[in-house]
Design a binder for this molecule. Structure first.
Ligand SMILES: [Zn+2]
Length: 113
């Protein structure tokens, strides 16, 4: 029983050593510090993309976010606002699109919802 938990703890520690910790695994809450407005050139849709902690952040493990992302319509949406800082970390709501800080990517991964 204890060995399984220990194995999981080791996995998390190894992720942390790679500098990939984003706080999500520990608390289950995604923290964001700002957002950018993206506008689709094809369908005209406009929405906020929130920035998870560590993406376009000012910390040591800063990751950039892509300037152009794929819209839900299949077209191209681009950043039209630059970064708007919230001034503090806040928890991401379940229906908010955001750039995820994933250990598998060197830049923010767009999650649209
Ligand atoms: Zn579109």
């Amino acid at each position: 029983m204890g060995s399984r938990a220990a194995k999981r703890r080791r996995y998390h520690e190894s992720q942390h050593l790679k500098g990939a910790s984003n706080g999500t695994e520990k608390t289950g809450v995604i923290l964001v510090h700002g957002f950018m407005v993206y506008e689709c050139k094809d369908c005209g849709d406009k929405w906020n993309m929130y920035l998870e902690k560590g993406v376009e952040d000012f910390g040591d493990n800063h990751k950039p976010s892509p300037f152009i992302i794929r819209c839900r319509c299949g077209g191209c949406a681009q950043d039209v606002s630059s970064i708007i800082e919230l001034g503090d970390f806040m928890p991401l709501g379940g229906n908010m699109s955001y750039f995820a800080n994933r250990a598998t990517s060197n830049c923010g991964v767009p999650v649209l919802r």
